[in-house]
Structures are given as C-alpha cells and as structure tokens.
Design a protein around this ligand. Structure first.
Ligand code: ADP
Length: 490
C-alpha cells in the first residue's frame, strides 16, 4: 500500500505534523494552566492583604473580651466571596475562626465545604503553614481542589495565621474547555494538513510520473527523443537534464556501435566475396592446371589470412571496449623489444627497397604487456613501410623523456592531409581507401591505429601523430617508464 512515494510522503508529513501539533498544544495547555495558577496566587495574596487591613481596622474599633473573634467575623463578613474560604488559626495552629462557621452557610456549597477543614490534605497544609510566614499549597478535596495561601500576622499582641482557600472549580472548567477545543482542533488540522500534503505531493511528483512514463516508452528506435525540462533550475530539472545527458551518451554509443557493425560487416564482405568468387571460379572450370588451382588457393589463403586479421582486431577492440582485455604486464627492456620489431619488419622494408634504421636507444626497462606493446610497434612500423614509397626511409628511435619513454617512427611517406589527421585513430578510418587496399597488398581494415592507441592508453600512455607533411609522418608512442630495472638484460 505504501509503495507509492506520494502516499509515503503524505504519511510521513502527517505523522510529523501530528507530533508537532500535539507537542505545541501540550505546551500551550501547560502555559495556559501555569498563568491561571499565577493569577489565582496573586489574587489570593491581594485578598489576604486586604482582609488583614480590614481585620486590623475592626480590631481598633472593637472592645470587649472576644474582641478578636468579633473583629474576625466582621472582616470575614465583609470579604466573603463565593468559592473562597477564610480560616484563622492561633499560634498553636488550632483553627479559631473559619468562614464556614462565621457565615450562615449557603446551601449548595455547604456539604462540600464541610469536608475541607477536617481533610488530611488541609491538615497537612495547616502543619506546613505553621513552619513559615507565607506559603502556597493545594488542597486536594473535591474534584477540582482548592488553592491555599497562608500568611502569618499579629493582632492584639498575639500571632495568628490567616489561610485563604480558593476553589479551582472555575479554573478547571476553563482548562476543560481549552482541552475540548484542542481535542476538536487537532484532528481537524491533521485531516486538512494531510489532504493538503497529499495534494502537494501529487502535484510535485507529477513531473516525475510524466518523466517515468516517457522514459518507459523509450527504446533503441526513439533514443533521440529527450525528456521535457520544465524548470532547468529545480531538482526535477536537474534530474531531467542528467537523464537527457545519459541518453545523449547512450545514443552516441548506440550510433558508434551501429557504425562499427556496419563498417565491420563492410570490411568482412570484401574478403568473403573474394573467397566465394575464387572458389566458384575454381569449381566451375573443369579442366584446370595444377598451377591454376595453386594460384586460386593462394588467393583464398591470402584472403583467409586477411579475414583472420580483421576478426582478431575486431575481437581485440570489442574486449577492450568491454574492459575485458586482460593486460599481462611483465618487466622487460623496451629498447630490446623495439630492436626486435625493427628486425622483423626488415623483410617488409627490403621488399620496397626502404632503408629501415634504428637509432641507438638507451637502456629502457619497462613494466608492460610485452605482446601488446610489440603489436603496437609492429602496427606503426607496418604503416610506415606501407605508406612510404619505394626507396624511402623509415627511422625508429626510442628515448627517455623524464618519466616516460617515447618510441618515434618516422617515415618519408606520403603524409596525411591536415583535414584527415584528427580522424586517423578512428576505427575503420582510412585516409585513402583505394590506395591502402590496392597498393598495399589488400591493406588493413583501418583498425591498426585504433588498436595501437588503445594499447598506449591501456598502459597510461598515449599515441600521437607528431608530424605529418609532404615529406612524411612521425608517430610517437609514449609509455610510462619503470622506476628501476627489475630484469637482467638478455
Ligand atoms: P590501415 O589498416 O588502413 O593501415 P590504420 O588504422 O593503421 O589502418 O591507419 C589508418 C589510416 O591512417 C591509414 O589508412 C592511412 O590512411 C593513415 N596512415 C597511417 N599511418 C600512416 C603513415 N605512416 N603515413 C601515411 N598515412 C598513414
């Protein structure tokens, strides 16, 4: 039931609000009650003072043996209010006069009032009042109880204590009324607030609902659609923009993947077509000489090799993209590896009468995946020889620049047109498709540089075209150097 954020928000909001309202009402109720008690107390003090003024005046006027009692009765007569009881005790704490006896008792209050003076609560207060000059207390008789105030005074040379009790009945009634009001107000406020909370939650989550249903409709076919951004600056706007950016990246990656598939199948089509054509021709001609068969097989073998190379390159790139190409780093000397690669490329270079030279390389210990680094250098060497005309020159060097090695492969080839230079590391990109295929023995599929750059990057290095003009090109591979050689030189 609480699966919807809207409902959960409403429940939380209502819960917190209920807590706040209840606490606030509790505090308000307490403050209200405290101020009522204070009012009662100051009223009692006032009554007490004015009673004593009257009593002293009466004492002056009166004469005779029971002068104190007569004066006391007169004062009580004058000051008597409903809900108030006056009690005077002597020094021993004995009640000598109380408004209950002094007045002709009024019918409804009489029964209840009769219980007050003998009650244990009053007796306790009486005992406490004997200990101090002024004291407040609570007499817990009847439902509401009485607030009591005792004050010591002297008259005609003796000490007495005046106690005034005020019924808390009206105060209790007032508090009950306040309680009833709160008891009605709290549920109504919570009900209204939870309704409002639900409405607000619904309204503020409406864009999320719209976004989610739009996102739900998205697939590979309409990956170029974007979520509507209503307010760029609010949180939902941020969410929509982040989602749109994610879609941009997804669409880009989808496009790249699509292009990759299209290019890959295009590249694979040519050798497959040659293989099929060649085999069909070989099979269709009845009388063929062994030389002719050998020639056909030779072409087919060559195309099969090319197919294998392309498939392997594709496989390498796919695994690299998925981060699944495991590097197998080991310690070796880069200068030795470069020399080995130059040695293996010598036959290729000789076939084109190209002079291939390795400039003296310093000792270069490195920790890297040897077979991948070899593949990168051979790719670069292969390209340099492939794109350099006969009788040209290819120079290889390996040097240390600070904390990295730079392997430079410079040729005197045709160079790469400036506008195409930024694209040569793209997959399947060939600056001159016709030439790279026809002139170069079937050529590559335009994956060599892409793989080489990935190899450099996988080693936290980089591969750059550092120079290219009509006099030739230089490719430089930068690889991080090992801090110390950990292998002995072979
Ligand atoms: P390919 O298999 O076609 O050689 P690469 O990815 O190795 O694919 O190279 C991409 C393109 O870059 C090549 O087709 C070629 O046009 C250009 N290129 C690479 N190396 C050189 C070079 N040394 N000189 C001139 N052009 C080059």
């Amino acid at each position: 039931m609480l699966d919807s954020i809207r409902l959960r928000l409403t429940v939380w909001y209502t819960g917190v609000l209920t807590l706040v309202i209840v606490v606030l009402c509790g505090v308000a109720y307490f403050i209200f009650w405290r101020s009522a008690v204070r009012r009662t107390d100051s009223n009692l003090v006032e009554l007490s003072n004015s009673f004593l003024v009257t009593l002293h005046a009466e004492l002056e006027d009166q004469t005779g043996p029971d002068v104190f009692l007569t004066a006391g009765r007169e004062a009580i007569e004058e000051h008597h209010f409903r809900d108030t009881i006056y009690v005077i005790t002597d020094e021993a704490g004995k009640v000598i006069l109380s408004s209950q006896e002094a007045l002709s008792p009024n019918a409804p209050a009489k029964a209840a009032r009769k219980q007050i003076l003998p009650s244990a609560s009053f007796q306790r207060f009486l005992a406490a009042s004997a200990q101090s000059d002024r004291i407040f207390g609570h007499i817990a008789v009847t439902e509401a109880g009485y607030r009591a105030f005792a004050q010591r005074f002297s008259g005609k040379g003796r000490n007495y204590t005046l106690i005034i009790l005020q019924s808390l009945h009206s105060q209790q009634e007032m508090m009950e009324e306040a309680g009833t009001v709160f008891a009605w107000l709290i549920p109504v406020a919570i009900l209204l607030a939870s309704g409002g909370g639900y409405f607000l939650a619904r309204k503020s989550l409406a864009p999320v609902v719209a976004m989610s249903s739009q996102a739900g409709r998205m697939g590979a076919e309409n990956l170029h659609e974007r979520l509507a951004v209503q307010n760029e600056k609010d949180e939902l706007g941020h969410l929509a923009r982040s989602f749109n950016r994610l879609l941009d990246r997804l669409a880009e990656s989808f496009d790249r993947q699509r292009r990759f598939m299209a290019d890959a199948s295009h590249e694979l089509r040519t050798p497959v077509a040659i293989l099929r054509g060649e085999s069909e021709v070989a099979l269709s001609q009845q009388a063929r000489s062994p030389e002719e068969y050998r020639e056909s097989l030779d072409v087919m073998h060559h195309e099969a090799e090319r197919l294998t190379r392309i498939v392997e390159d594709l496989f390498t790139l796919t695994r690299a993209d998925a981060g699944q190409y495991p590097l197998k780093p080991s310690d070796f000397y880069l200068d030795e590896l470069v020399a080995e690669c130059v040695h293996s490329a010598r036959t290729l270079a000789q076939a084109k009468k190209i002079s291939l030279t390795l400039e003296g390389a310093p000792e270069s210990p490195i920790h890297a995946d040897e077979s991948l680094v070899r593949r990168m250098i051979l790719n670069l060497l292969d390209n340099a020889i492939k794109y350099t005309p006969d009788f040209g020159r290819v120079t290889v060097s390996c040097q240390r620049n600070g904390r990295e090695y730079a392997v430079n492969i410079a040729d005197t080839g045709c160079g790469i047109p400036a506008e195409l230079r930024p694209r040569i590391f793209e997959r399947f990109f060939r600056a001159d498709k016709a030439r790279s295929r026809a002139e170069n023995d079937g050529g590559g599929a335009g994956l060599g540089l892409a793989i080489s750059r990935w190899i450099a990057q996988a080693h936290q290095g980089r591969l750059e075209l550092t120079r290219s003009d009509s006099r030739g090109s230089t490719f430089s591979a930068y690889l991080p150097a090992s801090s110390a050689p950990s292998v002995s030189r072979s």
